[in-house]
Design a protein around this ligand. Structure first.
Ligand code: GLY
Length: 417
């Protein structure tokens, strides 16, 4: 099977590593990829937001399967164009991708499906903003209604900061969603979804804030670990039965079935799991940890999802143990990152590339905010964490930063539900 992966992040590098291990995968291509992916796949410099360009590439490489990593091409309908041309594609069409593309759409689907989520209000008129803010608090959750690469969410006890973020979104023409704050530890649960068939992966936890102990602004994700020692299997089953399956069924009922990876982000509060967000694709950096423990052939699972035969897939098998991924970010991320710095030690085991490129001399340089995701595995969380940080210590990037506490609260038994 010839597979074309769309995207350029650590998630796509992880997908390629998983695909390369599947004996049914004979050839790998990626667009645009990064400096690390070229060791496993042929990189193609193509505009992945252009359905015509992706379709032309898929035909050129004679892809048997296209796997779309990021949300932007999905929301823009690239999967629809590929499927219309008869190419097996992993990733939802534009309408189902609205589950991530529009927070208001996701809320509507959840209401119809009877899924627990935060109380919310959409504000699209600046004149209504102050009154709406008064109906929330003492902690405000303000979300840009459109795509914002994980950085469109502000959670704060400072009303003025909440107001500033909301006003900024409204000024740029996007409605904002105000939400009540959901208390409780967060879980990212990924599921392969093909219509009403749902196959969950193992749950993970992201670390969204930039600094240790959840200090500083939100990012796309600074690290993750899996599985979650504090989450009983019964709660994972509850998430599948009460959240993922009803949402998948509701999308089928609306005539826009979901095909691909449905990411449920939840807070586990005292009344059980409640949805924080849905994404229409694999999460980054959780994927780097989750796929490190997948024993089953990844290509076959993605192909089954893409071709509507997920119900026939053998149950997924997992390596016993734990995985931790730690993101190395460029100076100033999540603000405008410094780029173009030479990175050394980025070719070791478990070092997955994200914002990397090669300069004119062929050296690996930083080209984005989240530069690398370093993965460690082990018999338990302590071993996985130790390996991830040992591997990270061998990488050098001037001005870079990372969190030192990925998985630490779970390891020290400080998370409970
Ligand atoms: N890790 C958060 C996300 O992928 O959206």
């Amino acid at each position: 099977m010839r597979v074309l992966v769309i995207g350029s992040g650590g998630r796509e590098h992880a997908l390629l590593i998983g695909l390369a291990k599947d004996p049914s995968v004979t050839e790998l291509h990626v667009a645009p990829g990064n400096a690390g992916t070229s060791a496993l796949a042929t990189n193609h410099d193509v505009d992945v937001a252009s359905a015509d360009a992706v379709l032309a590439l898929a035909r050129h490489v004679d892809a048997d399967l296209v796997v779309i990593g990021p949300e932007v091409p999905l929301v823009l309908g690239v999967a629809d164009a590929l499927r219309a041309a008869g190419i097996a594609t992993f990733g939802p069409g534009a309408q189902a991708a609205q589950i991530e593309g529009s927070k208001a759409f996701a809320k509507d689907v959840m209401a119809a499906a009877g899924v627990a989520t935060a109380h919310s209000e959409v504000v699209d008129n600046p004149a209504h903003l102050d009154a709406a803010l008064d109906r929330f608090g003492p902690r405000w959750v303000v979300k840009d209604d459109g795509l914002a690469a994980g950085k469109g969410v502000v959670v704060t006890a400072d009303r003025a900061a909440a107001r500033d973020h909301a006003a900024e979104c409204l000024e740029s023409g996007h409605p904002v969603l105000l939400e009540s704050f959901l208390d409780g530890p967060e879980v990212s649960l990924f599921s392969f979804v093909d219509g009403e068939t749902v196959v969950p992966l193992i749950p993970a936890q992201d670390h969204k804030r930039v600094g240790d102990d959840d200090a500083g602004p939100n990012t796309g994700g600074m690290g993750a670990y899996t599985p979650l020692p504090w989450l009983p299997d019964e709660v994972t089953r509850q998430i599948v039965d009460d959240v993922v399956k009803p949402v998948a069924a509701e999308l089928v009922r609306r005539g826009t079935p979901f095909s691909g990876l449905l990411y449920a982000g939840l807070a586990i509060g005292k009344n059980g799991p409640s949805v924080v967000e849905f994404n229409c694709r694999f999460g980054d950096p959780e994927t780097q940890a989750v796929l490190a423990l997948l024993k089953s052939p990844l290509g076959q699972a993605l192909h089954a999802t893409a071709t509507g035969t997920l119900a026939d897939l053998l149950p997924l098998e997992w390596i016993d143990g734990a995985a931790v991924t730690v993101v190395l970010a460029a100076e100033n991320y999540p603000g405008k990152p410094r780029t173009g710095d030479v990175i050394t030690g980025a070719d070791g085991d478990g070092v997955l590339h994200a914002g990397t490129a090669r300069n004119a001399d062929g050296a690996v340089v930083s080209s984005g905010g989240r530069v690398l995701a370093v993965v460690g595995t082990g018999a338990d969380l302590a071993e996985a964490r130790a390996q991830a940080y040992e591997r990270l210590a061998t990488v050098k990037l001037p001005g870079s930063h990372y969190r030192t506490d990925i998985g630490r609260n779970a390891l020290e038994g400080r998370i409970s539900i």
